[in-house]
Design a binder for this molecule. Structure first.
Ligand code: ACM
Length: 332
């Protein structure tokens, strides 16, 4: 429906991050870095995953982290742009203008087109890391806040997410979003991904929660305190070592027993804006995913680090058979 999303928004000017352009094969015919899934690709991915009892949940990030979409359709921003798909990581001013009804119509069009491809319950609508200055400086946004009786920009974000929730619900799905969707009031049926807090508040208000705290669940963090020994490509933060990930307890200690059924589980995050190729994605993911899987699929008292390592040394033979580029030194 919006062909510029794939023609413009899907492509960066270069790999960025000082990476060797040869470290990736993700180039278009004209030499730009990037790419996108066709609807047939997505059907394939969803089917492949379903055969393995995995549900794919798409994230359509809004109202922030939307520079790439706004590079394609700058009319849905407050400033009119221009924007360019970023070649650095960070929090950018590429955020949607919720005061334009056309913005909501555009996002409704995107959701209506994407939602039928995904049979799962949830559509993730992001909601994280929205710099509010743009809305503070926008006469339209300020007028909307006045009209709707919204006290601050957090309530404006909440107003926006509530509108989006109606659209997602109308397309037969439920909303899940990052911690920040709690600020300014949570939509009625939304679930939360807790990366910087909010599990207790969300569960207390009857919402489901997926735990993914930065301290334990970020596969894009360095997995050693000695960065010099890590491949140059793409890591930050941490260190988040294998043993630290294994020490993660997904059930937050401040959630009382009667609310614990709202904690659905945990998620590991691998942001790939600075992951140039699949090999490096595998390096960041394995064997930490083995630790996170055991942590989420076992009771706390059943876990034993030494026994995990004993089994991991055997398990990596399977990873070898599958030709997965795991971090070998973590499994020795
Ligand atoms: C996040 O890491 N911004 C959810």
């Amino acid at each position: 429906k919006y062909p510029k999303l794939t023609a413009v928004g899907a492509w960066r000017a270069g790999v960025g991050f000082d990476f060797d352009p040869k470290s990736t094969t993700a180039y278009g015919v004209d030499g730009r870095y990037g790419g996108f899934y066709t609807q047939d690709d997505i059907r394939d991915v969803v089917k492949y995953a379903a055969e393995r009892h995995i549900t794919i949940v798409p994230e359509i990030e809004m109202p922030g982290h939307s520079t790439a979409a706004l590079a394609a359709y700058p009319q849905y921003s407050c400033t009119g742009g221009p924007f360019e798909p970023s070649t650095t990581a960070g929090i950018f001013n590429g955020i949607y203008d919720p005061a334009k009804e056309e913005t909501l119509q555009f996002l409704a069009g995107v959701i209506a087109e994407v939602a039928p491809l995904f049979p799962g319950k949830y559509i993730h609508i992001g909601g994280d890391e929205v710099p509010k200055e743009t809305w503070k400086n926008s006469a339209d946004c300020q007028a909307l806040m006045k009209r709707e009786g919204l006290k601050n920009e957090e309530e404006l974000q909440s107003w926006f997410i509530r509108r989006i929730e109606k659209i997602v619900n109308a397309n037969g799905h439920s909303v899940i979003g990052w911690s920040e969707i709690l600020q300014g009031g949570l939509p009625q049926n939304a679930a939360v991904m807790d990366w910087i807090g909010g599990a207790k508040e969300a569960a207390g208000a009857g919402h489901d929660v997926v735990m993914t705290p930065t301290a334990y669940c970020y596969f894009d963090f360095y997995q050693s305190s000695n960065h010099v020994t890590e491949p140059k490509a793409a890591a930050w933060g941490g260190p988040l070592t294998l043993d630290k990930m294994y020490a993660f307890e997904p059930m937050p200690t401040n959630v009382p027993p009667e609310l614990q059924p709202h904690i659905l589980g945990a998620q590991g995050n691998l942001w790939t804006e600075q992951i140039p190729n699949l090999q490096h994605a595998e390096y960041m993911t394995f064997p930490r995913a083995c630790a996170l899987a055991e942590v989420t699929w076992s009771a706390g008292e059943a876990r034993n680090w030494n026994d995990f390592m004993r089994r991991l040394r055997i398990h990596v033979r399977r990873l070898d058979e599958l030709n997965i580029n795991y971090r070998h030194s973590a499994a020795q």
